[in-house]
Design a protein around this ligand. Structure first.
Ligand SMILES: Cc1cc2nc3c(=O)[nH]c(=O)nc-3n(C[C@H](O)[C@H](O)[C@H](O)COP(=O)(O)O)c2cc1C
Length: 329
């Protein structure tokens, strides 16, 4: 997620036990070759590059091809092309969800990229421009035929914001029709909902992706793992909730205690200072706290107060003062 799913957030989530895979924020393919000073930060797939997918955004097949070659040479879990972003600035350039307007154009792109990488090649999609499942299916089948490895579907139309609920029946139907794995995304807002969507029985989809909830509650994967532990240990199906020695180490089973909010917020500020360039500190901190502050009783007030600060130190002081005066956990 733009300005959110950078290394500092991954480090924070890892400190609670981590999750199976991370997606970077969308990286402009063109900017990777512009000689700018921020590329190294966008390319930092730490702390677990082997579980991190690079996501690229561009309207330009040539730029995307060059970027895929570059990323293929870096350790990562895969390369994803953003065909779902509906932000007007992205869409009007022909990138993001604009790719979904033309099946041939998107198919030719995947045909072009496929031979350039041995990494898992995926796309992130919306349902399209209206509720037309047949079109979505034709679109995905074409990409599948061109060698795509995975689709993540955020089942909302191109121009929909978050008001209307994500339509998970589209995820389920797509999963039934495609041979490649389908991941679902949208509106999973609690550990219980994550367990429900990712349940081994039912095979709603092959994987689930979380956006906003992973920022608001970076411990959500550990919480879900603790909730699911009894049933998954006997599940024969590998996948969303793996139970092997690695996951045992990352998610010790047992009851889950809500982490201390102040400590978590302060740890995030430290991680931000360590893993992002100074030019990004304030914008990234504001983005994060816009979600994280929902955990606090007076969250809107706190987020507004943090927004007024111009330094990480100032934000730290505001957080400490708020927590001193409002002992919430
Ligand atoms: C601030 C923000 C930035 C986002 N940036 C991206 C992005 O860079 N790439 C992407 O594929 N989706 C992006 N998304 C969409 C999310 O990945 C996700 O599809 C959407 O929020 C629905 O999932 P959720 O209900 O779990 O949040 C962004 C969403 C938000 C709120």
């Amino acid at each position: 997620m733009a300005e959110l799913s950078h290394r500092a957030l991954r480090e924070l989530i890892e400190s609670f036990g981590g999750c199976d895979e991370y997606f970077t924020e969308m990286i402009s393919a063109g900017a990777l070759f512009g000689g700018g000073s921020f590329e190294k930060w966008y390319l930092d797939a730490g702390p677990c590059p082997e579980r991190t997918v690079y996501q690229l955004v561009s309207a330009d097949a040539e730029q995307l091809a060059r970027a895929v070659v570059l990323l293929d040479g870096r350790e990562c879990a895969g390369i994803d092309i953003n065909m779902g972003c509906s932000a007007p600035l992205i869409r009007k350039t022909g990138a993001g969800v604009a790719w979904m307007a033309d099946i041939d154009r998107a198919g030719q792109l995947i045909a072009r990229l496929r031979p350039l990488t041995r990494r898992r090649l995926s796309v992130k999609l919306r349902t399209g421009f209206n509720d037309d499942f047949d079109y979505l299916l034709r679109f995905c089948r074409r990409l599948e035929a061109e060698g795509l490895d995975l689709v993540t579907l955020h089942p909302r139309r191109a121009s929909e914001k978050f008001k209307r609920r994500a339509r998970w029946d589209y995820v389920e139907s797509l999963k039934q029709e495609l041979s490649i794995p389908v991941a679902g995304n949208g509106d999973i807002d609690s550990a219980e909902a994550l367990v429900e969507k990712a349940r081994p029985q039912g095979s709603l989809c092959d994987a689930v992706m979380l956006g906003r909830a992973a920022v608001q509650r970076p411990w959500i994967f550990a919480h879900a793992q603790a909730l699911a532990a009894p049933s998954i240990s006997s599940s024969p199906r590998p996948g969303i909730f793996r139970r092997d020695s690695e996951s045992e180490r990352r998610f010790p089973s047992g009851t889950f205690r809500l982490p201390n909010l102040e400590e978590t917020a302060l740890r995030f500020l430290e991680l931000l200072a360590r893993h992002q360039p100074p030019e990004f500190h304030i914008s990234r901190a504001r983005r994060f706290f816009g979600f994280f502050c929902k955990n606090f009783k007076w969250g809107t007030w706190l987020a507004n107060s943090l927004n007024r600060e111009e330094s990480l130190l100032g934000m730290e002081e505001v957080l400490r003062k708020y927590c001193r005066e409002n002992e919430e956990n």
